[in-house]
Design a protein around this ligand. Structure first.
Ligand code: ADP
Ligand code: MG
Length: 390
């Protein structure tokens, strides 16, 4: 999808207009490694994709924001002169509405517009379509307020604002990684990010002859919320046990050592959860080193180790993700694979020899379907820019 195609989609939807159609792209994201350690003081390693949610708009003279999406039914209309509140009937429209409300409350100028969204990103598959939509709306408003100064938009603050909307307006208890990656993504780079301090640095991801293949289980995430809370509880417990037995307290679970865990925690499940956290944090640091040295194979091996740890110790994978990853690893030319996102369905990623990608997709697809009865979907994406005007 390019700018002109998006403008055509807009005309198809709203009819021909003689006004300027302004277009934007907000990417989805994958987390390359560093799973379930953001809330334990660890580093995550996400990257923005080149697939995402597009937005096209024309300005209106009044204070009405009219929104449609090519992917979802229904028109959502917002009157900027009225109080903006969450409305179940507005469904997906609550994401952009919440963002508009938050920006309005902070004193930003917002005028009427007709917007069309279009996405080539699966929603609800763990590639952060919700964050892409939030950041897109925020960027649109801030861009229109002062197009000449769009380079000066404080992207860290925008990701904070969008996380707040998802937490408070939508009611989803997510960390900041998704909005941060969508907003601060950089072409051909991943972002090493400490979700607590928001310290971050870019890491060039030169994959050489390998492609990053995104594999969708096509199984919607289930249990994700309750298990997420359960895992957070288990990690808190592990930290508590370690700190009540140590003279020198540690600030978070990532600061524990394997020895601490082995000698102090007796409960088997809690021990394995803590072991995942500590080893995963180590794998993120090693990944950064591997990539700096151009050791893609080494990075691939770390990805696979990460999956095994999430499967056996953290137990957040399930049949669909495990089947996809293990079938992927059996194919020649695949040098690493793992689940990405919260788990229990959603997507996995694999590093695959460019020349073998078609064969890879075919074989993995057949073998995955044999086991699960579902056909998976594949996306090939490069690492792209954060939300921007086209
Ligand atoms: P994820 O962020 O992993 O894709 P979420 O459940 O957090 O999954 O967000 C998915 C929701 O985001 C959808 O149910 C829908 O409300 C909204 N959404 C995603 N893509 C679009 C789109 N193209 N148009 C309208 N709404 C969308
Ligand atoms: Mg989401």
């Amino acid at each position: 999808m390019n700018k002109n195609e998006m403008m055509d989609l807009f005309r198809e939807e709203y009819g021909s207009v003689d006004k300027e159609i302004i277009t934007f792209l907000s990417p989805g994201r994958v987390n390359l490694i560093g799973e379930h350690i953001d809330y334990n003081g660890g580093f995550v390693f996400p990257a923005a994709l080149t697939v995402g949610i597009y937005g096209a708009l024309t300005l209106r003279e009044d204070n009405i924001v009219r929104m449609r999406s090519k992917n979802v039914k229904g028109e959502v209309v917002i009157n900027l002169d009225k109080e903006l509140v969450y409305d179940k009937q507005d469904d997906w429209g609550n994401y952009p509405k919440g963002v508009i409300k938050e920006l309005k409350d902070r004193g930003h100028k917002i005028g009427g517009m007709d917007i069309l969204f279009y996405s080539n990103l699966p929603d609800g598959a763990g590639l952060s379509s919700s964050a892409a939509l939030e950041v897109l709306m925020a960027y649109i408003v801030l861009y229109l307020e002062n197009p000449e100064k769009c380079e000066e938009i404080d992207r860290v603050e925008v990701s904070r604002l969008c996380q707040k909307v998802e937490n408070q307006f939508i009611g989803v208890n997510c960390g900041i990684m998704d909005q941060f990656a969508v907003c601060l993504g950089k072409k051909d780079n991943a972002i090493l990010l400490d979700c607590n301090s928001l310290y971050y640095e870019y890491a060039p991801l030169k994959l050489g002859n390998y492609s990053l293949v995104i594999m969708n289980t096509n199984k919607r995430r289930e249990l994700a919320d309750s298990k997420y809370n359960e895992r957070r509880g288990e990690c808190e417990k592990a930290l508590e046990i370690i700190n009540s037995n140590k003279e020198e307290k540690i600030p978070n679970l990532c600061a524990a050592t394997v020895e601490d865990i082995n000698s102090l925690i007796t409960d088997d499940a809690v021990k394995r959860r803590a072991m995942h956290v500590v080893t995963e944090n180590e794998r993120v640091k090693q990944s950064m080193e591997s990539l700096k040295m151009g050791d893609i194979k080494g990075f691939g091996e770390l990805m696979t180790k990460s999956h095994i740890s999430l499967e056996n110790d953290y137990e957040v994978t399930g049949l669909h993700l495990d089947t996809l990853v293990h079938e992927a690893l059996k194919i020649e030319g695949c040098i690493g694979a793992r689940m990405t996102g919260a788990g229990f369905g959603g997507c996995a990623i694999a590093l695959v020899d460019e020349a073998k990608v078609d064969e890879f997709k075919e074989k993995v697809s057949t073998n995955y379907e044999k086991v699960t009865g579902i056909r998976p979907l594949f996306y090939t994406s490069k690492l792209g820019e954060g939300t921007h005007r086209l």
